[in-house]
Design a binder for this molecule. Structure first.
Ligand code: HEC
Length: 190
């Protein structure tokens, strides 16, 4: 009797483990969904940001980011029925702070970048048993006016404006091509 129960327990745990794995087809499906969501979200954020830059440069765009980056990200989350997060090992907005797992993913991408390996999106089952997608965010030239080296691409005026909104800002000193952080997207039962 106990032996049978033991065998049953072992079998059940194997089934449970299998549930934590994604099939090849599922992986492909969710990688594609993740890519679509990050592309749409990046476009939404970037289009709005660049419009503000055109209107009034960083003096206008920084306050805009301060109040609108989170609501825009939130709207995109609702649109796709997921939770979208942009995070980094050096955050500007502490609400974007990385989890332990996200820090591991960031470290992994940094190593790949150093070794000139390809940085591919990742899909896995998270601790809440939901599917979680990660993809790298790479610095571009146009990002450096607000994330570059102080006194160089990031001028003193913009630097102090950013500091006034984010006294604990860590997101400066980047160069073109650096890993800025990651997209981290949790799918909710879909
Ligand atoms: C006009 C200034 C400005 C420019 C240009 C800019 N950013 Fe930011 N960035 C900000 C501000 C302000 C925040 C904090 C707002 C927030 O996300 O809540 C931020 C936050 C972020 C975050 C979220 C993580 C964190 O540190 O809080 C990422 C990722 C990011 N920026 C990447 C980029 C990339 C990539 C580009 C270029 C395509 C870029 N930024 C261009 C001002 C800027």
């Amino acid at each position: 009797m106990y032996k049978k129960l033991l065998i049953l327990a072992v079998l059940l745990s194997i089934v449970a483990c299998e549930n934590n794995k994604l099939s090849k087809a599922e992986q492909e499906e969710y990688i594609n969904k993740g890519k679509e969501i990050t592309k749409a979200s990046f476009n939404e954020l970037s289009t709005n940001l660049m419009a503000q830059m055109k209107l009034g440069g960083p003096q206008q765009a920084v306050p805009f980011c301060n109040t609108q980056a989170m609501p825009i990200t939130h709207q995109m989350s609702e649109k796709f029925n997921v939770t979208i997060k942009r995070t980094s090992d050096k955050v500007r907005n502490s609400e974007n702070k990385a989890t332990e797992r996200e820090l591991q993913i960031i470290e992994g991408y940094k190593t790949s970048l150093e070794n000139s390996s390809k940085l591919s999106p990742i899909i896995e089952i998270n601790s809440d048993k939901n599917k979680q997608f990660y993809a790298p965010i790479i610095m571009k030239e146009k990002c450096l006016v607000c994330h570059g080296k102080p006194g160089e691409q990031l001028n003193v005026k913009t630097d102090s404006l950013i500091k006034s909104f984010y006294p604990l800002d860590k997101a400066i000193g980047y160069e073109n091509g650096d890993l800025r952080g990651i997209w981290s997207i949790e799918f909710k039962n879909n």
